[in-house]
Design a protein around this ligand. Structure first.
Ligand code: 2HG
Ligand code: ZN
Length: 452
């Protein structure tokens, strides 16, 4: 950044104590995995939308890149700045408004955590169904920027489905605000929908109007061990057909459960070649319905069912602890891919990805887990040198050959930018680039992310 001028201007807008430089920026220039590292000129923490707009205008005037950062829980380097950029932290935009009990909506600041939104919804007798393991740190803005998925996509869809409107600052500092909560509003382009999944490249989301769903009282969770990946995947359709409502359908494997058990100091409740976590709701007695449905499945070798909160959370932790457990293994951060294939191709993908990693990196270890109901697997590989991309490319090529997606829910960020062309056509990438150039002609919003 040139001399003191823009930094002084930024201090004039947000106050000197909210412009961090030097060592104070350390936590903002490296991602959660520690694999993606950058540098920045400063971290700026505006208090409201007007300050965000002023910050963006100053940066546009000085041609300084703006990298918006929420909870910094992303896994693809999408919020890691390049040298010279400023990090625009949404931490202070964290208010959560009251729930409108007629529409079942609330307005939240971009910096509010997912957990805070869930809490407000719950206190008012509603529920915000977007949920993921990083809920205490991940923010509304970050989940919109990445169109986050998580545990309940199989029933409630991704974040975009719950965003009724947004307020955002565009690259020239102008503010678009559409927070009235109209569910039906076909007046031109859906700018909120466009910002969902745009990874900070088209605008800075400052607030969002979010739609809630009814709270649920009776919930049952089962951890079901299957004799093969084929029978585990085969159970997915049957469970969805036979249970009143399925809230989550997750998949883990024996080696992952054993590794999580070592960290937790506990023995996995079930073990088997493929283990599915099912969360069921609805009907008069979800626990009985779930038990009955599991009893009808092929290939079940063991099952544990829970319907009280404590035991349900105990079962969930065997799934939720995978990311943290894997992060502790190996001397360097894991390589992470986040892929979807058609659920019919999932068993084939599991067999072939094991072959690919064994062939290209026999010394490495492969960890698979994910959201089986969505055909989404997280492919983690430990024991690889950080800069060796051979396995990442081979897995992405395998996904492309099965007509899948190289990013199911984490986004493209810096990590997958060079792979985008594997599953998006040239015409699609040209269209994305045109949108980017139209909304951010100077290219100051999160450069180096998403668009190849
Ligand atoms: C999950 O489903 C997250 O737990 C993280 O999407 C996945 O660590 C990962 O690779
Ligand atoms: Zn996930």
């Amino acid at each position: 950044m040139n001399a003191t001028d823009p930094l002084d201007s930024l201090r004039g807008v947000v106050g000197a104590s909210h412009v961090l430089t030097g060592e104070l920026t350390a936590g903002y220039v490296v991602d959660w995995t520690r694999r993606w590292r950058g540098q920045c000129a400063a971290v700026v923490r505006p208090a409201d939308t007007a300050e965000v707009a002023a910050v963006v205008r100053i940066c546009a005037g000085a041609n300084v890149a703006v990298v918006t950062q929420g909870g910094n829980t992303g896994l693809v380097g999408g919020a890691v700045p390049e040298a010279g950029a400023i990090v625009l932290s949404t931490a202070r935009l964290d208010d959560v408004g009251s729930v409108d009990d007629l529409s079942g909506q609330l307005t939240a600041g971009a910096g509010a955590t997912l957990a805070a939104v869930q809490r407000s919804a719950r206190d008012a007798g509603w529920r915000y169904p977007v949920d993921l393991a990083a809920r205490d740190t991940a923010t509304v803005g970050g989940t919109i920027a990445t169109n986050a998925g998580g545990h309940h996509v199989v029933r409630h869809g991704m974040t975009r489905r719950h965003v009724v409107g947004v307020e955002a600052v565009l690259a020239d500092g102008s503010v678009i605000s559409h927070l009235g909560g109209l569910v039906k509003d076909n007046t031109g382009y859906d700018l909120a929908g466009l910002l969902c999944g745009s990874e900070g490249t088209l605008g800075v989301v400052t607030r969002a109007r979010l739609s809630l769903v009814a709270a649920i009282d009776d919930v049952a969770v089962a951890l079901v061990a299957f004799d093969s990946i084929e029978t585990a995947v085969g159970a997915v359709g049957r469970l969805r057909r036979h249970l009143p409502e399925v809230e989550a359908l997750e998949l883990v494997f024996e080696d992952g459960l054993v590794a999580v058990g070592e960290v937790l100091g506990a023995t996995p409740p079930v073990l088997g070649p493929a283990v599915v976590l099912v969360e069921a709701v609805g009907g008069p007695d979800p626990a009985t319905a779930l038990g009955d449905a599991v009893a009808e499945l092929d290939g079940v070798i063991d099952a544990a069912v829970a319907d009280d909160r404590v035991r349900r959370e105990e079962l969930w932790r065997w799934r939720d602890h995978h990311t943290e457990t894997i992060a502790r293994l190996g001397a360097s951060p894991p390589h992470k891919l986040d892929v979807t294939v058609n659920i019919r191709s999932l068993p084939e993908f599991v067999h072939r990805v094991r072959e690919v990693v064994a062939r290209d990196a026999p010394e490495a270890r492969l960890w698979l887990f994910g959201h089986v109901g969505d055909g989404n697997l997280h492919v983690n590989v430990t024991g690889l040198p950080p800069d060796d991309h051979t396995v990442d490319l081979a897995v992405a090529e395998l996904v492309a050959s099965l007509e899948g997606s190289i990013s199911a829910e984490h986004g493209i960020g810096r990590a997958k930018r060079h792979l985008l062309g594997l599953t998006r056509s040239e015409a699609e990438i040209r269209a994305m680039r045109s949108v980017k150039e139209a909304l951010d002609p100077q290219g100051i919003l999160n450069p180096g992310v998403l668009i190849p």
